[in-house]
Design a protein around this ligand. Structure first.
Ligand code: FES
Length: 113
């Protein structure tokens, strides 16, 4: 039998979108499952900095991440790398840095106006 962890709701403040994330998967995995085009998926190891976010509300656990991309002062203000962040409660986040350009891109509308 497959054991599943708790699932938390992660809300992206900028777009009013949300996704579910298991406690044993990092936030970038959950974001990629949303199916939005252009979410940069880099090293998945906390080294390239493309998945920078800011946690506005909620609890999370963090892995080692590059101080070049998230310094100590930023960590205290809630900044983190999504690939090194595991949810421990429902979260409200903001997407920043290189990832913001694609995540915050408005959805294309098709059809006749
Ligand atoms: S994907 Fe490289 S730091 Fe997150």
């Amino acid at each position: 039998m497959l054991m599943r962890g708790r699932r938390w709701l992660v809300e992206i403040e900028d777009t009013d979108e949300s996704f579910r994330c298991e406690e044993n998967e990092h936030l970038l995995q959950g974001m990629l499952r949303m199916g939005k085009k252009g979410i940069p998926s880099g090293c998945h190891g906390g080294g390239c900095g493309v998945c920078k976010i800011r946690i506005l509300d909620g609890e999370a656990e963090f892995g080692v991440m590059s101080a070049e991309h998230v310094n100590g002062e930023e960590r205290e203000r809630g900044y983190a790398l999504a690939c090194r962040t595991w949810p421990r409660s429902d979260l409200r986040i903001r997407v920043v840095g290189k990832m913001a350009r694609n995540v915050l891109r408005p959805k294309r509308k098709y059809g006749f106006v």
